[in-house]
Write a protein that binds this ligand. Structure first.
Ligand code: FES
Length: 169
């Protein structure tokens, strides 16, 4: 009789252990399927090293399939304390390079120091603030984090959060 009871206890514990293990495995599999794929995670961030840029350099990068305009301002270019990204003592215009009228990609005109949109003649100053034509607002500053001389696009660092707060005020 005692042998039969011990056998039942053992089978009960073995069954419970298998069920608990199975449950943990299922939870692990479910969490894995909820997490974004590594390729999706990586696609969300773009790191750009600003150190090779010289004063007046304008470059176009890509982040989440959108053009990103980066302009390293010269001392003659008007600073925009609210919008400029300050890295290692230099001021940069960093925006999503899409016109805020209907989404065309403006050109940088270095001789005039403006961004000009060929679609309907919209213009933006060197800080990508709309100054003429139909664009209703400045070009959008993407979320960024400053990491030394690098900019991590897609991550909201303290400077970007401060920009958001001050631009709302
Ligand atoms: S899309 Fe740029 S001015 Fe219309």
């Amino acid at each position: 009789m005692a042998v039969e009871k011990n056998r039942r206890d053992f089978l009960g514990m073995a069954f419970a252990a298998v069920a608990a293990g199975g449950g943990l495995l299922s939870l692990g599999a479910m969490k894995k399927s909820w997490d974004p794929l590594p390729s999706v995670k990586a696609a969300g961030f773009t790191t750009i090293d600003l150190s090779p840029l010289k004063d007046g350099d304008f470059k176009v990068f890509e982040w989440r399939k959108k053009p990103i305009f980066i302009l390293k301002k010269t001392s003659e270019m008007k600073k925009n304390e609210l919008r400029d990204v300050k890295v290692s003592g230099s001021d940069y215009t960093v925006v999503i390079g899409l016109c805020t009228h209907l989404g065309c990609i403006p050109d940088w005109k270095p001789s005039e120091q403006i961004f000009k949109c060929a679609c309907h003649g919209g213009e933006f100053d060197a800080s990508a603030v709309n100054t003429f034509g139909p664009p209703p607002k400045p070009m959008v500053v993407p979320p960024y984090k400053i990491d030394g001389t690098k900019l991590v696009l897609g991550e909201e660092g303290p400077e970007y959060k401060k920009f958001l707060e001050t631009s709302k005020a």
